[in-house]
Design a binder for this molecule. Structure first.
Ligand code: SUG
Length: 448
């Protein structure tokens, strides 16, 4: 049976803004309070989805969330009508209003971890929503994320859903941003690679000194258990704490894998040789030939990697077996990175082509091409069981473009987050979106 990697990209929500909410994420910090353009952000994302669809890749769309999140503000003690809650929060606690207004669910690589059916004990595709509890604005995503995932993959025969891990830092889980899968073919059993930043229960593991390590070993192990993965199909690696302290807040900022290939920076991991040897041996037992493409620091330093988001690229398999790298525009404007990429594609290695996309609105919050997509490897019958309303087509792209043009603002500043009309606009847009994507009742709000 044929199998595919399907990319489900986050549709950027109407409140996309620069809240400076993510300590340890250099772009989020340095663009704090800049004026955003939600319409442009959503159209840039839709442009990437359309381009990949037109190149022949399977593409889906992942719905955004309701923001401002008045329910979250109520849970923090703000009361009254929705408009009063927003006004009180704006007056007394602007940082909380900003956190409850973030469109951060656009980065669907953080929505959950996915294990394809070939890897799991019960032969179903497993999803565990990420608790994202390192940052308050992200920790409020998972209940809606679970409902949206449930509406997209609504078939118990093929899909198993797990709620987020306990909401404490010891089980900090950032989903697929710290998870890569290696395999010969997408339908074959493979090796799931979990990269963690620290251990919560074992002090022998080193930890970063400056910035938080968001993912714990214990969270990754819990996800592997929930999904029923066998030890022969799992490799754990610790991220190098020194690169977390330089702004590598997720593993997908310093490495990306696909098929039999790992594209990584030489400073990405601790005990790199041991990790690579384990990947090689375990993938070998699954019939694959592991290939590691190492980027030396002499060619691209960690700072250039963080600024350009070279590794936050999408590594895609082309029909002829070679690979294509989807990178953000920031890679082209960085001379070291661009020189490196030109050399990479002229070598005889697996990566033969680079395509550049303008995703600046998302990039300014630290979200590149790979952050914006959730990869789900699906066999033919599983793909047929996905809610077809979320599968991208030329018609759906046109409908969503019109929807964005109709509902989104082209300018949002911090002061605008205090506008109760923004919530009405968001709810009106999402109400229409649930019809377009055939999602049913995934949002808790009622339109008056
Ligand atoms: O969690 N930025 C996100 C970026 C997530 C990127 N995802 C991956 N690497 N897979 C984060 O730090 C910034 C929001 C703000 O500052 O307004 C933010 O949440």
């Amino acid at each position: 049976m044929n199998a595919y990697e399907v990319n489900f990209d986050g549709l950027v929500g109407p409140t996309h803004n620069y809240g400076g909410l993510s300590y340890g994420n250099v772009a989020s910090q340095s663009n704090s309070q800049a004026v955003s353009n939600p319409k442009e952000a959503a159209l840039q994302g839709l442009g990437k989805m359309k381009a990949l669809m037109e190149m022949g890749f399977k593409q889906g769309v992942f719905a955004p969330q309701e923001r401002q999140d008045v329910a979250a503000l109520r849970s923090l003690g703000f009361s009254g009508t929705d408009a009063e809650v927003i006004a009180k929060a704006a007056k007394e606690a602007m940082p909380l209003l900003a956190a409850c207004s973030s469109a951060s669910s656009m980065w669907t690589a953080n929505s959950c971890t996915v294990s394809p059916s070939a890897d799991t004990a019960d032969g179903r595709v497993h999803f565990t929503a990420a608790n994202l509890n390192c940052k308050f604005h992200r920790s409020i995503e998972h209940p809606t994320t679970s409902r949206v995932l449930g509406a997209m993959f609504a078939n118990d025969k093929f899909f198993a859903h797990h709620t987020a891990l306990p909401a404490v830092g010891q089980f900090g889980d950032e989903g697929a941003a710290n998870h890569t899968r290696f395999c010969k073919g997408y339908g074959d059993a493979g090796v799931e690679f979990f990269v963690f930043g620290r251990s919560a229960f074992d002090s022998r593991f080193p930890a970063p000194q400056r910035y938080p390590a968001r993912q714990t070993l214990e969270a990754s192990q819990a996800v592997a258990r929930l999904h029923g993965l066998g030890s022969e199909g799992v490799v754990y690696a610790q991220q190098n704490p020194a690169v977390i302290d330089q702004g590598v807040f997720h593993n997908d900022v310093i490495s990306v894998g696909n098929g039999e290939v790992l594209f990584y920076h030489e400073d990405a991991f601790l005990e790199t040789d041991k990790v690579l040897a384990e990947l090689d041996s375990k993938l070998g037992k699954h019939g694959g030939r592991f290939q590691a493409v190492r980027v030396p620091r002499s060619a691209v330093g960690v700072e250039d990697a963080v600024r350009s988001y070279l590794f936050n690229s999408q590594l895609l398999s082309r029909a002829d077996g070679s690979m294509l790298l989807i990178v953000p525009e920031e890679c082209r404007s960085n001379a070291n990175v661009w020189n490196y990429l030109n050399q990479l594609t002229s070598d005889q290695g697996p990566i033969r082509e680079v395509k550049v996309f303008d995703l600046k609105q998302s990039m300014q919050n630290g979200g590149g091409p790979a952050c914006l997509r959730l990869r789900v490897a699906l066999k033919e019958d599983e793909l047929a069981a996905v809610n077809q309303g979320v599968i991208m087509s030329p018609q759906l792209h046109a409908t969503l473009t019109t929807w964005v043009e109709k509902h989104y603002r082209d300018r949002l500043s911090e002061a605008d987050l205090a506008d109760p009309q923004l919530l009405v606009e968001c709810r009106t847009a999402l109400d229409e979106l649930t019809q377009i994507l055939k999602l049913g009742a995934v949002y808790p709000f009622q339109l008056n």
